[in-house]
Design a protein. Sequence first.
Length: 104
Amino acid sequence: MNIDLDALSLKDLRDLQGQVGKAIANFEARRKKEALAEVEEKAKELGFSLAELTEAAAVRKRAPAAAKYANPADAGDTWSGRGRKPRWFNAALAAGKSPDDLAI
């Protein structure tokens, strides 16, 4: 298919551009639909539904950890022991306290 683009007006070129954009979007949608059907069929062959497999692959969010340590100056200021140590924890360790002294 050869189109003499130089012979087309600006309006015709923009119309053609819109048609090409729609054709590309339709092509991609068809390919996705075909791929989804193939994946669903393969999951069915293995005895699963696609929903079961995608649910199993979903990233599970880690539950918040319970507090293990409390600031001796402010008992409401706590730390779970995960992540970066708070300044008050490091200051207490530097002052000679042990982590067991700060444990809740």
